[in-house]
Ligand binder design. Sequence first.
Ligand code: FAD
Length: 431
Amino acid sequence: MHELLIYAIYLIPLVILIIIFRRKNRKRSTEAQAEWQEAIAAGLTEPPSLHPYIDPAICIGAVSCAKECPEKAIGIIDHKGYFINPSVCIGHGACAAVCPSGAIRLVFGTEKRGIDIPFVSSNFETNIEGLFIAGELGGMGLIRKAVEQGKQAISNIKKRRVAGTDYDVIIIGAGPAGISATLGAQEAGLRYLTLEQEDAIGGTALHYPRQKIVMTAPMTLPQIGIIKLTEISKEALIELWTDVANKTGIKINFNERMDSLRHENGKFIVTTPKGQYKTGSVLLAVGRRGTPRKLEVSGEELAKVCYRLVDSSQYQGKHALVVGGGDSALEAALSLADEPGTTVTLIHRSEVFTGAKPKNRERIKAAEQGGRIKVLMKSKVIKITNDRVQLDINGQPMEIPNDVVIVCAGGTLPIPMLKEIGIRVETRYGT
Ligand SMILES: Cc1cc2nc3c(=O)[nH]c(=O)nc-3n(C[C@H](O)[C@H](O)[C@H](O)COP(=O)(O)OP(=O)(O)OC[C@H]3O[C@@H](n4cnc5c(N)ncnc54)[C@H](O)[C@@H]3O)c2cc1C
């Protein structure tokens, strides 16, 4: 009797613990499976760049990877880690660092979708002498790493001087890599020119969702020193870059896109819509978002056409047209629809919004049903004029009043241009 009592004292809590553990596992599995199904339904099953590959033969389902991933890209299904939300992965590799069994390795591309990575040596130079690459274009994501690479690239570039040029270095892009490189170039007394296609500093962070919490780590900027950051909002990060630029007086040519790059007799010719510049070295810090894809229609050059929604309040009471079918288009349309008196039309060339998260698709549906957004599928823009747009709605012409066009049609990377000038590019399929 006494022995039975002792068994009960030890066994009952153990059984309760096992039941709780199993329930927790089941709940975790169900949630992860639902998340994966959502990603499939939205067509968001391919990661943008560097991402984890979890070897199922080695994975012990330790959960630490899922807990460590701030983007919630990994889930545990039936005691194994799965990459359940590939499109949100930014490739920082925190999952791989904590995996106790070494089942996770970071790879580029997948079997289905290859990723082009330019060849870059340890001093950030490509196989073309004088042409350097820093930051995410070279395949390594994250703000801190881009800052470090921009700085290191300049410390190699400053050793090169080419006579008969306008500049020692032209830096393309004012994201973290380009900002850090520009600070370094100014500190080293180089004749530099920084070109940025957008109207503001910060790079990809300008496109993060509003109030996104950016996870980073302390980094050292030329001229500024160490910046002790771990978490910061997107808005505060952009403010930080703006303060750094104001404090140091670095010069950035905004709204000036590099259109082409030529290599002639050891010098580079950079062409933009505003001019041609001759330089001894070029640092490509253009990231992997690319140059916004254009509609290629008459009137696209009008000032009312833009490729990013900065502040929806400026369009209060206006007629807005949003073009695109991904999350950024849907979120822009929803944000505009919140403004009093704004009429919003959202058009997409396909029949469904396959590239957007279910949550955004549901919000658009509700806004459409509530009469806040007019949604036109299988549609495209034909012509833009000062106060109207001409559309093609499934083969039928339509004209609507218009004050602003926001184009969210993705971007194109300069890979063909890099290949053309002879940079070695490797297509990676999950390696
Ligand atoms: C949604 C999202 C969330 C993220 N969250 C985090 C996070 O929390 N922490 C973190 O560390 N990282 C995060 N990242 C990754 C991080 O944003 C990038 O790794 C980092 O911005 C790369 O810096 P970069 O300077 O290489 O390129 P980018 O920041 O992409 O900057 C490149 C710049 O080049 C410009 N450019 C491009 N082509 C041209 C051209 N032809 N002419 C002139 N200018 C050009 C672009 O306009 C852009 O301003 C996130 C990424 C995304 C998409």
